[in-house]
Design a binder for this molecule. Structure first.
Ligand code: ARG
Length: 593
């Protein structure tokens, strides 16, 4: 049941009967003057000129010709809108339909697809920090909106487990004496433990090495070699690598659990390794790769991109207009690169699942990388033409100073610390509401606040991490939605109510159903935009319409039983719809608050 479609159909049939043209221009939208009407179309204004008529006359003709209608009231207003008000009985009918629909009125896509989501992307041996928050938050929600609309989904965390950071970490551990036993002649390294290497040690060693590589070319060269050894499964490097990885992945999983991010696969870059040779061969066989300074590259620039800017002097470095550099698929030392593993991973995913679409969720600094990878895959036919490859590039999470979120001392904030901070704050808030000692509830609220705060923004925008704003119990926040649900729970519990029918009978109730209509249509908007902000806003609008209704009407003490039951049904309708919206956003609902 789709009221917007019903209205569109009525207007279309009428315009057709009147022999009007351009019927595809009949687009019905939610009204931006809710005090006047619920829906409207500007069709008359678009076609009047061609028909040599005044827009208002076209609109009047349509309205006249539709005549009386029990479900919708049509009117023509200047300069040429057709306004539509939905009758109470139609809103009631719609509410009851939603209450009994397993997808709560949300229409599924006509042709469900298999969509593969690649998000999370934690790097093994590197501590997760605040910069890693957005990918699991956005990715999980986008995946869920696809699920709600009926697509099949698969998700892979795609761990960074084969890159330079592994070589760097192992080199640093070796220099600091943690790995002596592994390098003794005849060492039985498979049965050795990497003693004393804890997560804290890893968290110190990697940054140390990362800093040194920028200053010490010899050190960087050895780390490159170590990385290559790992990629070639050379011992003891490979065994050490695996042990470090196990340690680190256990920790990564805990972090993602905390964020309610769930993955079908915990694959990593290394899982694409068996496909690397084949990948490179495809490019060389098809003459798509060329050698450049000892490396193997693929030219992916299209016309008009990567145009050299004439140098002013000989020693000036070459610069480019519209830069789209070639993708490097093999390094000078034979090592494989980020692009190569991503291309090989697509090969692997297509061999195993051939998804209709693969969606990557990373920050916007990786835009060029994904353009290169996608173009490589299309050029080499590793990704069939009909397969959609999408990169969702999100903006930066900034501190209140407008710069990327840092600790007071200017250091990187660990992900665990941020989540800890959110939970602490949520606990304090709950305590002021008289709820103490419920740490699970505090986690749901703290993490939910963060997620809602993040997802409320258009995905590509930078936004400010403002913990107090996110955690406010009123306003456009996660806790406000959770609180609304908890409040409804308490009403329904007190009322001991069994299902009945909604009968919309006043403006507050109308506003709830109209907000619900918008909420339902926002799923499709998010699906198309790869951004969850519309759903967040519509969820808030529904919760806020409910609050008005709740403040203006006595539900539990209503004496007219039929009316009371209808109001309780509205409560149930709102609760179910808010819960579904939160679920889609990857936010947990709470029973009480
Ligand atoms: N590990 C990468 C990083 O930290 C993110 C991985 C994103 N996914 C991908 N298929 N490249 O930047």
């Amino acid at each position: 049941m789709n009221l917007k479609n019903d209205i569109t159909k009525i207007i279309k049939m009428t315009a057709e009967k009147l022999n009007y043209d351009d019927l595809d221009k009949i687009v019905v939208s939610f009204s931006n003057r809710p005090e006047l009407c619920d829906f409207q179309t500007n069709y008359a204004m678009l076609v009047a000129k061609k028909m040599e008529m005044k827009p208002i006359d076209v609109a009047n003709k349509i309205v006249e010709s539709i005549g009386e209608n029990d479900d919708f009231e049509f009117s023509a207003v200047m300069p040429g809108f057709v306004n539509v008000k939905v009758a109470d009985r139609m809103l009631s009918k719609f509410s009851n339909f939603v209450l009994n629909d397993e997808n709560l009125g949300i229409e599924k896509v006509k042709n469900p697809r298999l969509v593969f989501f690649d998000y999370g992307g934690a790097n093994v041996a590197k501590e997760l920090h605040v910069g890693h928050l957005r990918s699991p938050i956005v990715g999980e929600a986008l995946k869920r909106v696809h699920m709600v609309l009926g697509d099949k989904t698969l998700s892979d965390v795609h761990l960074g487990d084969f890159g330079l950071q592994m070589g760097l970490t192992i080199l640093q551990l070796k220099l600091d004496g943690y790995l002596d036993k592994f390098f003794e002649p005849g060492a039985d390294f498979l049965n050795l433990k990497i003693e004393n290497v804890t997560l804290d040690v890893l968290n110190d060693e990697y940054p140390k090495a990362s800093k040194r590589k920028d200053e010490d070319a010899e050190f960087k060269k050895i780390a490159d070699d170590f990385t290559l050894y790992i990629q070639q499964h050379k011992e003891p490097y490979y065994t050490i690598y695996q042990k470090i990885k196990d340690l680190s992945v256990a920790e990564i999983k805990k972090n993602y659990d905390l964020l309610n991010a769930t993955f079908d696969f915990y694959y990593g870059e290394s899982d694409a390794y068996p496909f690397i040779d084949q990948t490179i061969k495809i490019f060389t066989d098809k003459h798509l790769a060329r050698e450049s300074e000892g490396a193997l590259v693929v030219d992916v620039a299209k016309e008009g991109e990567h145009i050299p800017i004439p140098k002013k002097s000989e020693d000036e470095p070459q610069r480019y207009k519209n830069p789209m550099p070639p993708a490097i698929i093999k390094k000078y030392n034979g090592g494989d690169l980020y692009a190569t593993t991503d291309i090989a991973t697509i090969l692997m995913r297509n061999r195993d699942y051939s998804p209709d679409e693969i969606v990557y969720i990373t920050d916007n600094r990786q835009t060029t990388h994904f353009k290169q990878v996608f173009r490589c895959c299309k050029l080499a036919d590793i990704s069939p033409e009909k397969q959609k490859l999408t990169h969702v590039a999100f903006g930066t999470m900034n501190g209140k100073d407008g710069k990327p979120f840092k600790t007071r001392a200017g250091g990187v904030v660990r992900l665990k610390e941020v989540v800890g901070l959110l939970i602490d704050k949520a606990e304090q808030k709950l305590a002021s509401n008289g709820i103490v000692g419920d740490s699970d509830l505090a986690r749901k609220i703290g993490v939910g606040a963060m997620k809602f705060g993040d997802l409320s923004n258009t995905v590509d925008k930078d936004y400010v991490f403002d913990i107090d704003k996110f955690l406010a119990f009123d306003g456009k926040t996660g806790p406000y939605i959770q609180y609304t649900i908890a409040r409804i729970n308490s009403i329904l519990l007190k009322a001991k109510f069994d299902d009945s029918d909604v009968e919309v009978s006043n403006q507050d109730e109308r506003n709830i159903v109209l907000a619900l209509l918008k909420l339902i249509s926002s799923y499709q908007i998010c699906y198309e935009a790869y951004s969850m902000n519309s759903l967040c806003l519509a969820t808030f609008d529904l919760a806020s319409a409910f609050s008005t209704f709740y403040n203006n009407h006595k539900i539990l003490t209503e004496e007219d039983i039929k009316k009371k039951k209808s109001m309780l049904s509205i409560c149930l309708l709102v609760k179910k719809s808010l819960e579904k919206a939160l679920w889609t956003l990857g936010i947990e609902s709470v029973e009480k608050m």
